[in-house]
Design a binder for this molecule. Structure first.
Ligand code: NAP
Length: 542
């Protein structure tokens, strides 16, 4: 059957109703007059913040920059209560945005997109869902997040476990009661280090199963500094956000332009101590320029944190297990915690080193490692995600000649600017692999993509262009550039999810763009100014 001549059901189908999907819907519908259908698996908006309801969940970006910036009124009206936004409040914020801008009427909830197929004869996408929808749209836009497919490791015996078990990334909506329970947490990434101190306060006993010791920096979380917000942020919001937009990480902060190696030991310690006292992303973000690039500079900071761990944790054996020595600070996602290391001074908490004594199986009563057997009432998997590509592969996305995205990316994701991939015309990715995404303050990256994509679609309309596809050479050059900028950084020196190293069998490819959000924005603007160079624009057939 051909759709030739038949108009599509929608101008655009957007997948996901988190920050990306909500923002994309608003822009295309309300500013550009396009018809948009959003499909969302959950029964509400929020994306990451809908699913990650684990105890202690909050964002590491300071709240005043973790927001949409398209509406001056919204920026002025919304008041965050915490220095860092906590999960329930971010979810309230996104619900507020959905209501305030009347977004829900174009979102179909409880609906998972199962497949999307590019129809070459009409340059349209045909999208199918698990609810029986089959619709066509000129554009397919993914707002599916980078860290949205939970990874429960394939450990023998999980089915036999008689207690309760949870993954942090798909936490129940009802309160999970840890009182009086023996709890295991497996994993010490961002989700683990946030939830461990909170669970420890409630559970009878907590056992933390740690594979890789971590560096983590105190958040210094608290209530928001109202005076700072009212006097320094709100009157200057546009300038503050503009600074964030053009910065490397999407934050309005300045790094120290000195090398950690050119200052005296006393000056270095003074700087590290000041950063530690301030806490959060500022510890790394405002520090010396070469911490992420030069191993010797990095060693000074890594050792500073190890010394803090030695000071904070009382039991020398636990200290030894907690000291990260096999990778430099910042080579995995930097962690920001509240009372994480102090938690190991509690009587009801123990640390199990599974690097040296790996988990063998989950038993009906608990967990068996190589040299011990443990009994638990609950197991919490804080074991991360099949990041950046996992959610794409859950859908059957097929481009020209029936090529599936899974086949196309079988050796790792290949994109032009993280926005498009060759063979999949008219499909755009918001914060796709090859864009700064997870290495930046996400809403800043998301809004840059939303605006750039929407501007491109308007350009196409004006030029009566029906189909657009990244050029093979442009994609190859961008993939090479993404690798080239990652190569000299600390990021290459750890087994991280950035490299796909957490998923057995996943190709080891550095997925996000490490060149910085400001540089990336500049590049995207240049591409647009040069008539969208690197894209093949086609009047196509309709
Ligand atoms: P993660 O960073 O990938 O950490 C997963 C943890 O589970 C690691 O400690 C890992 O050990 C361990 N693990 C994985 N598979 C295992 C296995 N088979 N056996 C034993 N241990 C295993 O995942 P996450 O903590 O959920 O965080 C993912 C990302 O989400 C973060 O990096 C961040 O970007 C985002 N996030 C952000 C926030 C925030 O803003 N505060 C909060 C949560 C998540 P290894 O290190 O040895 O692999």
């Amino acid at each position: 059957m051909t759709n030739l001549g038949k108009p599509p059901d929608f101008d655009a189908v957007v997948i996901g109703a988190g920050f990306a999907g909500l923002g994309m819907l608003r822009r295309l519908r309300d500013e550009d007059g396009m018809s948009v259908q959003v499909y969302e698996t959950g029964d509400g908006v929020g994306g990451t913040w809908y699913w990650n309801r684990y105890p202690g969940a909050r964002c590491d970006s300071e709240s005043y920059v973790y927001c949409f910036s398209f509406s001056k009124e919204l920026l002025q009206d919304w008041d965050w209560s915490g220095k860092y936004p906590e999960q329930p409040e971010i979810l309230s914020y996104l619900n507020h945005v959905a209501d305030r801008f009347d977004l829900r009427r174009n979102i179909q909830f409880n609906t998972r997109v199962t497949s999307a197929r590019y129809l070459e004869d009409t340059s349209l996408w045909e999208v199918e869902t698990d609810q029986g929808d089959r619709v066509t749209a000129q554009f397919l836009i993914t707002g599916i997040g980078c860290i949205s497919s939970g990874n429960v490791p394939d450990i023998k015996g999980l089915d036999s476990f008689q207690g309760e078990w949870y993954h942090t990334g798909s936490w129940p909506h009802e309160k999970v009661d840890f009182a009086g329970k023996r709890v295991a947490v497996i994993g010490t990434g961002s989700s683990g280090i946030q939830s461990i101190p909170v669970i420890a306060e409630q559970a009878a006993h907590l056992s933390v199963f740690q594979r890789t010791p971590q560096y983590t920096v105190p958040a210094r979380h608290g209530t928001v500094d109202r005076k700072f917000i009212e006097e320094q942020i709100k009157p200057n919001y546009e300038a503050v956000l503009n600074k964030a937009r053009w910065s490397a990480g999407g934050f309005p902060i300045d790094r120290d332009e000195r090398s950690a190696l050119e200052v005296t030991e006393a000056e270095r310690m003074e700087s590290f101590e000041a950063g530690w006292a301030e806490g959060g992303i500022r510890f790394l973000g405002t520090s010396f320029k070469d911490i992420s690039m030069d191993r010797r500079a990095n060693d000074t900071m890594s050792e500073f944190i190890r010394n803090k761990i030695r000071e904070m944790v009382k039991d020398p054996e636990t200290v030894e297990k907690l000291l990260p020595t096999d990778h430099p600070f910042g080579s995995k996602r930097p962690l920001i915690d509240t009372n994480y290391f102090d938690t190991y001074n509690r009587e009801n908490v123990e640390l199990i080193d599974i690097r040296h004594s790996p988990i063998q199986e989950i038993t009906p009563k608990g967990i068996r490692t190589e040299d011990q057997e443990f009994e638990f009432d609950m197991i919490v998997f804080a074991t991360g995600f099949d990041a950046m590509t996992g959610t794409y592969f859950k859908m059957d996305i097929r481009g020209r000649n029936g090529l599936s995205l899974k086949e196309k990316w079988s050796e790792g994701p290949k994109t032009y600017l993280g926005l498009q991939t060759v063979g999949f015309p008219n499909m755009f990715m918001i914060t796709g692999p090859g864009s700064p995404s997870v290495l930046s303050n996400m809403p800043m990256s998301i809004e840059q993509h939303i605006d750039w994509i929407a501007d491109f679609l308007q350009y196409m309309r004006r030029g009566e262009i029906n189909s657009v596809e990244a050029d093979e050479n442009a994609e190859t050059a961008w993939v090479a550039h993404v690798n080239e900028v990652a190569e000299p950084t600390m990021y290459m020196l750890a087994d991280s999810w950035y490299l796909g190293a957490n998923i057995p069998g996943k190709p080891r490819v550095f997925m996000p763009y490490v060149g910085g959000l400001g540089n990336y924005r500049r590049k995207c603007n240049e591409v647009a100014d040069n008539g969208y160079e690197g894209f093949i624009l086609d009047a196509g057939r309709r």
